[in-house]
Write a protein that binds this ligand. Structure first.
Ligand SMILES: [Zn+2]
Length: 271
């Protein structure tokens, strides 16, 4: 398995990105050539080189519920990390620095489930961050606890909300969807609804019935809070872009997970 063969002319982003290929380990990573304040603009996702992909692949980034983008550039070599240096903001079609800003030499990483709902090849993350989420999959297959505190795009937040509403609805009508426990045993359906080992439910969502007024009010409050956070983040981003870069300590990370190493890019290389 060799690193993916680029079909674009390299380097595609020579002013901001250094791509480092490690032939011995079949890995590729990239590091920043620039300094940015928190949430400062790193790159725009423009057409070209980006194109809308017919279907998701290891080389696409999800930008909407049913929309995927082929990056067609070295931006593909931005690996996953659980403490990423970058944010792919698909609503605004930009890549921005994370909350710690960016320093030259920092590895360029982002949190894959922040864009991907479904990932064909989940992998075990070895990013080494104290907050490492462990098994990385599409957001669909991760728990709320694993996604907690991470910046997530709007389409991912929407889909998560729907997932939880469906789980809550299932929990609210156990007679219809879940056979009662008998003889102390647990049926397969009960296991699914309880969220034990099921990627499509969470314990917190399953615990609150859909018709529970308090749960609904809290869910609504959370949704409002998330929108407020996003609005503040955008305001901050445009503010910091307009003022002098602040001095920002470099993020401490080691060994982010490469797409090739994880298998996320290790399959078909014939694109
Ligand atoms: Zn990790």
């Amino acid at each position: 398995m060799a690193p993916i063969k680029p079909h674009w002319s390299q380097p595609s982003h020579p002013d901001i990105q250094d791509v480092i290929v490690n032939d011995a380990e079949f890995t590729t990573k990239s590091v920043s050539k620039i300094a940015l304040p928190p949430f400062g603009l790193f790159a725009k996702l423009e057409f070209p080189p980006c194109t809308v992909a017919a279907e998701p692949t290891y080389a696409t980034v999800q930008i909407g519920r049913d929309k995927h983008l082929d990056l067609n550039s070295d931006l593909l070599y931005i690996n996953h990390s659980c403490e990423p240096s970058l944010i792919f903001d698909t609503a605004n079609m930009v890549i921005i620095a994370g909350p710690k800003g960016l320093q030259p030499g920092d590895e360029l990483t982002f949190f894959y489930p922040s864009t991907e709902w479904d990932m064909a090849q989940p992998f075990d993350c070895f990013c080494g961050a104290p907050t490492c989420r462990g098994r990385i999959a599409g957001a669909r297959d991760m728990t709320r606890a694993q996604l907690d505190g991470m910046w997530l795009n709007g389409h991912i937040r929407e889909l998560l909300e729907e997932r939880e509403q469906a789980a809550a609805a299932a929990a609210a009508s156990p007679a219809e969807t879940t056979p009662a426990k008998q003889n102390g045993g647990t049926t397969a359906a009960a296991t699914l609804t309880n969220g034990a080992g099921s990627p499509h439910t969470t314990k917190t969502a399953a615990a609150a019935p859909a018709d529970d007024q308090t749960a609904r009010a809290l869910r609504e409050a959370l949704s409002h809070a998330e929108k407020a956070v996003e609005a503040a983040r955008l305001a901050l981003a445009s503010y910091v872009a307009a003022v002098k870069p602040a001095t920002v300590a470099g993020a401490q990370r080691r060994g982010p997970t490469s797409r090739e190493l994880s298998g996320e890019m290790g399959g078909d290389t014939s694109v």
